[in-house]
Design a protein around this ligand. Structure first.
Ligand SMILES: [Cu+2]
Length: 133
């Protein structure tokens, strides 16, 4: 095989890495989707996934929302919460049509909220169970 350009080299490296990822772990990681609505809700409000899974939040509304799990940014204690060892995350402002994704690596219960709509109850929960075996 002739690798004449850096991009060809990169494509080859990525291809090999893809095979390794697909073959390791015994179970493929999954992707789950949460919607963000005009009625100021995350749907589903509570989602259960497994370690290694990715959640994609899609703003299908006409409003701007955030996906925020940063305890110091919450007006009400308990609207944000993370298991020990998990890092806070924050999408920033998502315009209509935009998405944000987060891959969960620490099991436990995550309470998150939308910054502009926390006061009106736009909060959600992700429960992360140990990795599939
Ligand atoms: Cu919102």
């Amino acid at each position: 095989m002739k690798l004449s350009t850096p991009s060809a080299m990169a494509a080859t490296i990525l291809g090999v890495a893809g095979i390794v990822l697909a073959a390791s772990g015994g179970a493929a990681a999954a992707t789950a989707t949460v919607g963000m609505t005009n009625t100021l809700k995350f749907t589903p409000r509570t989602l259960t996934v497994h370690v290694g899974d990715t959640v994609v939040w899609k703003n299908g509304s006409a409003l701007t929302h955030t996906v925020t799990d940063v305890p110091k940014l919450a007006s009400t204690a308990g609207d944000a919460g993370l298991p020990q060892g998990a890092k806070p995350f924050n999408s920033g402002y998502l315009d209509p049509g935009q998405s944000y994704s987060h891959t969960f690596t620490v099991p436990g219960t995550y309470h998150y909220f939308c910054i502009p709509h926390e006061a009106t109850g736009m909060v959600g929960v992700v429960i992360v169970k140990p990795a599939r075996h």
